[in-house]
Ligand binder design. Structure first.
Ligand code: SF4
Ligand code: SF4
Length: 426
């Protein structure tokens, strides 16, 4: 693990502000690991309410998507996507009314009566996915194939610049604790740790107070990168190794990000689908960095405008943190469920983001939906061994870009894999 310059002081003290809803919301049909939501529930010219389900799929692993504003569906078309370059997207023109699909809340008594299956179903219907970046559907993670007895809440937020989770932990502590209780019930977990890096003293103090009448414990961790990686977190909290090729549930553990836990709380207590999230907008080019509560589907240019003016023209715009985020070619890309930050970097900062050597963390292998070893294919491509790259499965790559997305060394894996695919057969 390495210590990185944090650069969180730009926004860590700034309370979450609500960004007004966009005039047009762009809701991509894929915002999760799994099948895209190709079964549309709406068509052009349909009216929708905020929070209404608008697309789903028939598959084991997927997560439905929802309208983030009320209004009219004006188009269903390809649109820039922060991870996948372009993707089929439902465009909704906001009618200014912000009518909600459901205005109810559940009482504590109703919630106490919910079974684990019922909670999982609510979480599924609400479209909750891992919001720390992985975007794995949460209802699947809440139903592990092996027994889990320990739950770790990931409040590490180890990427430089990002403070969205930190602010959420400070401002929504009690709600997160309620979400933890729901998740622990689903998993039947008897031990709960809330893992927070030591650079977040306000969040640690807030949780110390909020959990005083529970069995939950706080683990304060050194701030280092990648502390928030699931396997690193498990090692540092429990001194337990997750073997290569295995997942946390193989050793009886589940890890959930704090923003995901908050989304679970909102889904169950407030009948709220996942249509907004907190995003840190920061970087040296922006005059007024902020933590913003933003509707999913808002083009990032609206977030940038809300934090402007620009002090200088950014050399690079990154969605996510500087280590795992993705450089964007247009500011028309919308905020999606996994967007935790937007960083506007000047030329000097962008220079620091040069590709680093592979650290063999295995993240690309773990997340590749095609079951490939992107790091190995990349290595072959770099040596110009294109035949070997194809033997490693380059042609099976579906070009989803997930390997780039998860690579902590900023390796441009997809670009080299595409090169191997384009190489004519010998
Ligand atoms: S190797 Fe291809 S299919 Fe696998 S994660 Fe990378 S882009 Fe997606
Ligand atoms: S290429 Fe990146 S994600 Fe893959 S193993 Fe190397 S450092 Fe990890």
């Amino acid at each position: 693990m390495v210590r990185l310059e944090e650069r969180k002081s730009l926004t860590r003290h700034l309370p979450i502000e609500i960004l007004p809803p966009p005039r047009n919301a762009y809701i991509p049909l894929i915002q999760h690991i799994g099948k895209p939501c190709t079964n549309l529930v709406v068509a052009a010219r349909d009216s929708v309410t905020k929070g209404q389900k608008i697309a789903t799929a028939q598959a084991q692993i997927f997560s439905p998507v929802h309208a983030s504003v009320s209004g009219e569906v004006t188009a269903i078309q390809p649109w820039p996507h922060p991870v996948l370059n372009r993707c089929q997207t439902i465009v909704i023109a906001h009618d200014g009314k912000d009518e909600t699909a459901n205005k109810d809340t559940r009482s504590d008594q109703e919630i106490a009566r919910l079974t684990a299956d019922e909670i999982r179903h609510i979480v599924f219907e609400a479209g909750v996915v891992g919001m720390g970046g992985a975007s794995f559907p949460t209802h699947v993670k809440l139903n592990p194939p092996k027994p889990v007895d320990t739950l770790i809440i990931n409040g590490a937020e180890c990427e430089p610049y990002l403070t969205a989770d930190d602010r959420l932990m400070v401002e929504k502590t009690n709600e997160i604790v309620k979400g933890i209780t729901l998740i622990a019930k689903c998993l039947n977990a008897t031990t709960v740790y809330i893992a927070i890096e030591d650079n977040k003293p306000e969040a640690i103090a807030a949780f110390q107070h909020a959990i005083r009448n529970t069995q939950y414990s706080i683990r304060t961790l050194k701030s280092q990168y990648p502390q928030g990686g699931e396997k690193q977190l498990i090692k540092n909290v429990l001194h337990k190794e997750v073997p290569r090729g295995k997942l946390p549930f193989d050793v009886g553990i589940s890890v959930q990000n704090v923003a995901t836990v908050f989304a679970v709380y909102e889904a169950v207590y407030l009948y709220k689908s996942l249509f907004e999230r907190v995003v840190t907008v920061t970087g040296s080019c922006i005059a007024n960095p902020k933590n913003l509560l933003v509707r999913i589907g808002t083009p990032i240019q609206e977030l940038i405008n809300a934090c402007g003016p620009l002090d200088e023209e950014p050399a690079k715009i990154i969605i996510g943190g500087p280590m795992m985020g993705i450089a964007q070619y247009t500011d028309l890309v919308p905020v999606i469920k996994s967007t935790n930050g937007i960083i506007l970097m000047n030329a000097q900062e962008a220079e620091e983001l040069k590709e680093q050597p592979c650290i063999r963390c295995g993240a690309c292998v773990r997340e590749c939906p095609a079951g490939l070893m992107p790091c190995l294919i990349n290595l072959a491509c770099e040596k110009n061994l294109m035949v070997q790259a194809k033997e490693y499965g380059a042609l099976d790559c579906i070009e989803c870009g997930i390997c780039n997305y998860v690579c902590p060394a900023s390796r441009n894996l997809l670009q080299t894999i595409k090169r191997a695919k384009l190489e004519p057969p010998k």
